[in-house]
Design a protein around this ligand. Structure first.
Ligand SMILES: Nc1ncnc2c1ncn2[C@@H]1O[C@H](COP(=O)(O)OP(=O)(O)OP(=O)(O)O)[C@@H](O)[C@H]1O
Ligand SMILES: [Mg+2]
Length: 225
């Protein structure tokens, strides 16, 4: 992943608010990078830009040889579906669906038959240690289990890049450790690169590299801390 000179300004009632000012970040294949920084610094904005959820205003973002600024609407939708996998603090699972169905839903566009989708979803739940919980709805799962389902879902279409926004923000220490183990296993087990936004010192410490986003700029964490 290569982020180059990305700037982002929101229009607010109080006038333009620049949250990213010439932000650049290279992440190597299978690297795990943690982004930290104060609340409101623009971490979610940066992750949304990388994930193609927010449109690029200035600068460039390349992921797996795709340049996001030049993708058409359809190509961008395909990028969001298959090249990246998103994990959110609040899991983002559908409450009316079981764990298995939540993962299957992400496979809707994968061109698999229903039976193959079900098999793949089961395999993914197995990979996150939740095979026995497949038939439970989110309300009957712990926060840590929900987050592992969300990670299984993010992996559904074999993403090259997993983007996680405070994935352990709602979890206790034990559940955080399990999610952390899972994130750490992704490069080796699923051949993906991981960018994780976190306030958790353990999560940051277990990344290959930590960067700090503050005052609209990004820098290696040790230089500013
Ligand atoms: N759609 C929007 N319109 C206007 N301002 C926005 C919008 N989205 C975010 N902002 C503002 O941009 C700034 C950066 O927001 P962002 O969510 O990226 O921060 P963050 O670093 O993720 O914070 P946190 O750690 O609290 O999640 C904040 O001041 C926020 O209020
Ligand atoms: Mg945020």
């Amino acid at each position: 992943m290569r982020v180059r000179d990305v700037c982002h300004t929101y229009a607010t009632d109080d006038g333009p608010l620049t949250v990213l000012d010439s932000v650049s970040l290279d992440v190597a294949p299978r690297e795990i990078v943690a982004i930290t920084g104060p609340s409101g610094a623009g971490k979610t904005t940066l992750l949304s830009l990388i994930g193609g959820l927010e449109s690029l205003q200035a600068g460039s973002i390349e992921v797996a040889d795709l340049s996001l600024g030049s993708l058409s609407g359809d190509a961008l939708a395909a990028y969001r579906r298959t090249t990246v996998g998103f994990v959110f603090q609040d899991y983002g699972l559908l409450g009316t669906l079981t764990a298995l169905e939540n993962v299957e839903l992400a496979l809707t566009f994968a061109g698999l038959r229903a039976a193959a989708r079900r098999t793949r979803a089961r395999d993914l739940l197995d990979a996150v240690g939740l095979a026995a919980r497949a038939a439970h709805r989110p309300a009957a799962l712990s926060g840590g289990e929900c987050q592992r389902v969300a990670i299984a879902r993010a992996l559904a279409n074999g993403p090259r890049l997993v983007l996680a926004d405070e994935p352990t923000g709602n979890l206790d220490e034990h559940a955080t450790d399990r999610v952390l183990d899972l994130l750490r296993s992704l490069p080796g087990e699923h051949d993906c690169t991981v960018v994780v936004v976190t306030h958790n010192a353990n999560v940051a410490a277990s990344a290959d590299r930590v960067v700090l986003l503050a005052a609209s700029h990004l820098a290696p964490a040790e230089r500013l801390s």
